[in-house]
Design a protein around this ligand. Structure first.
Ligand code: GDP
Ligand code: IMO
Ligand code: MG
Length: 420
C-alpha cells in the first residue's frame, strides 16, 4: 500500500507526528516538494525532533528515506540536519537517499527572498525566508542548478555566473552582495559530505517497488499554500497537494493507493493571506497555553476555527480517503466550538472558497456551534475513551469533509494517537 499524506489546511497540521505514527507500517518515506521551509515535529518520549528536509520516517531505524526530485535542497541545511541526527544516535548512511536532480537553494536565493519580503512596493507574503520561491523560480526559468551540478567540473564557472546575475538584483535592492568564493567553498564542502547520499532516486524507488515495499509520501506545507490551489499569491512555490507526490518522486499516480489528509481540530496559518475563520480570542488562548509557535521560524501562528468549506475543497483536490485530526486537546477547555460550514457572499450562501481574494475578504463565515467537552482528552487511548461531545465533534468534521475518520491525536507524543 502506497499512501500520500497531505496537509489539508495551511500547513503545520501535525504531519510529522502522523507520519511517525504511520511509519510503523511502512518501509520507505519520501519527501517530494518544498524544502527547509517545512518544520515537522516528532516527539519520541522526552525527545523532540524537528525535521526540515529529511523525512520524519528517519526516526524509525528499519525505514529508508528519500528526498525526491521535487524538493529544493539547501545543502548546508541538509548537512546540519544529518549531523544533528547522527549526534543523537540516528543513523542516516544507507538509509537516506537524495535525488541528484533536486534543485539547489543558494545564499542568493535566500537574499532575494528576504529582499522581496522587506522592500517597499513588493508584496509581503510572510515567507520563511529560506529562498524557496526564488529557487523554484529559477527551476521554472531553467536557470537553476541541480544537486548533480555540484559535482561537475564546470560548477565554479556556472556558480560564478549565477552569483553575479543575482548580485545585480541584490545590490539594486540595497543589500550586500553574496560572496562567490565563500559560497563555492561552503557548497563544495557540503557536496563532499552529501556525496554518499546522492543517487538517482527515481531508479532507486522503482527498484525498491519490485520488492513490494510500502511507501509513505510525506507532504510538506498544506493544500491552501499550494501554488495552484492555494490562496494565491499568499502561497508557497510548489504543489503541496497529492499530485505533487508523483511529479516530485517519479512514482506514477496510479501506483498511489490512498490519500490521508491531516487537519488540526481548529485552523492555523503562518504568514500573510486570507483566513476567514481567524479568531483573536482563540489565538490568545492557544498561545497562552504555549502552543502554536512555528517549528521553523518560531513565529506565532494565527489561529481560528475549523473551516469545513476550505477542507471540503481540500478533500476534492487531494482525493482524501482517510482523515487524521490532530490537536483535539487544544479545544479541551473551549465552551463553544465553532465550525465554518458555509460562507455568505453578497447575500448568497456559498459552499466553495472563492478564488478571488477580494471576494474572499467579503465572505462571512456561517458557523455551526458545537458544545465543548470541557475535560482533558490527553490520556485517551481508544476512541471510546474520548468524551461523547469530543467524539461528536471529530465525527462531524470528517462528515463535513466527506472523508473517513482514521486517526485522532490528543497530544504530541506517539502514545497519544488513537486509531479508528
Ligand atoms: P507539521 O508541519 O504538519 O509536521 O506540524 P508542526 O510540527 O509544524 O506543528 C504541529 C505541532 O503540533 C507540533 O508542535 C507537534 O508536536 C504538535 N502536535 C501534533 N499533534 C498534536 C496533538 O494532537 N496535540 C498536541 N498538543 N500537539 C500536537
Ligand atoms: P510545514 O511543512 C506552515 C508558509 C509561510 C508563508 C508561505 C510562503 O511545516 O507544514 P515560503 O517560505 O514557502 O516561500 O513561504 O508559506 N509556509 C508554511 N506555513 N507550514 C509550513 O510547512 C510552511 N512552509 C511555508 O509562512 O506564508
Ligand atoms: Mg510545520
Amino acid at each position: 500500500m502506497n499512501i500520500i499524506l497531505v496537509g489539508a489546511q495551511w500547513g503545520d497540521e501535525g504531519k510529522g507526528k502522523i507520519i511517525d505514527a504511520m511509519t510503523e507500517k511502512s518501509d520507505i518515506v519520501v519527501r517530494t516538494q518544498g524544502g527547509n521551509n517545512a518544520g515537522h515535529t516528532v516527539k519520541v518520549g522526552n525527545e523532540k525532533f524537528v525535521l526540515h528536509l529529511i523525512p520524519s520516517g528517519i526516526l524509525h531505524s528499519k525505514v529508508k528515506c528519500v528526498i525526491g526530485n521535487g524538493v529544493v535542497i539547501d545543502p548546508i541545511s541538509l548537512v546540519i540536519e544529518i549531523e544533528g541526527l547522527e549526534k543523537r544516535g540516528i543513523k542516516t548512511k544507507g538509509r537516506l537517499f537524495v535525488s541528484q536532480t533536486a534543485h539547489v537553494v543558494f545564499p542568493y536565493h535566500r537574499e532575494i527572498d528576504a529582499l522581496r519580503e522587506t522592500s517597499k512596493g513588493t508584496l509581503k507574503i510572510g515567507t520563511t525566508k529560506r529562498g524557496i520561491g526564488p529557487t523554484y523560480s529559477d527551476k521554472a526559468s531553467r536557470t537553476g542548478l541541480r544537486i548533480q551540478d555540484l559535482y561537475r567540473a564546470d560548477f565554479p564557472e556556472k556558480l560564478k555566473k549565477r552569483v553575479s546575475e543575482a548580485n545585480k538584483l541584490i545590490v539594486a535592492g540595497g543589500a550586500k552582495p553574496v560572496s562567490f568564493s565563500k559560497t563555492l567553498k561552503t557548497y563544495e564542502e557540503a557536496a563532499k559530505k552529501l556525496k554518499p547520499y546522492i543517487t538517482n532516486t527515481v531508479v532507486w524507488l522503482h527498484q525498491a517497488m519490485e520488492k513490494k515495499v510500502e511507501m509513505l509520501f510525506e507532504g510538506a506545507q498544506g493544500t491552501f499554500l499550494d501554488i495552484d490551489f492555494g490562496t494565491y499569491p499568499y502561497v508557497t512555490s510548489s504543489n503541496t497537494t497529492a499530485g505533487g507526490s508523483s511529479t516530485g518522486s517519479g512514482i506514477p499516480p496510479h501506483w498511489m493507493n490512498r490519500v490521508m489528509g491531516c487537519v488540526k481540530a481548529y485552523t492555523t496559518r503562518v504568514g500573510e493571506g486570507p483566513f476567514p475563520t481567524e479568531d483573536d480570542a482563540l489565538s490568545d488562548r492557544l498561545h497562552a497555553m504555549g502552543r502554536e509557535f512555528g517549528s521553523t521560524t518560531g513565529r506565532a501562528r494565527r489561529c481560528g476555527w475549523f473551516d469545513a468549506v476550505f477542507t471540503h475543497y481540500s478533500r476534492m483536490i487531494n482525493g482524501i480517503d482517510d482523515l487524521a485530526i490532530t490537536n483535539l486537546d487544544g479545544l479541551d477547555e473551549v465552551k463553544e466550538i465553532r465550525v465554518c460550514v458555509a460562507y455568505k457572499l453578497k447575500g448568497k450562501t456559498i459552499h466553495h472558497p472563492p478564488t478571488d481574494l477580494d471576494e474572499m475578504a467579503q465572505c462571512k463565515p456561517v458557523y455551526k456551534v458545537f458544545k465543548g467537552w470541557m475535560t482533558s482528552t490527553v490520556k485517551a487511548k481508544r476512541f471510546n475513551d474520548l468524551p461523547p461531545l469530543a467524539r461528536t465533534y471529530v465525527k462531524a468534521l470528517a462528515e463535513l469533509m466527506g472523508t473517513r475518520l482514521k486517526i485522532v491525536s490528543v497530544g504530541p507524543n506517539r502514545d497519544q494517537t488513537i486509531w479508528l
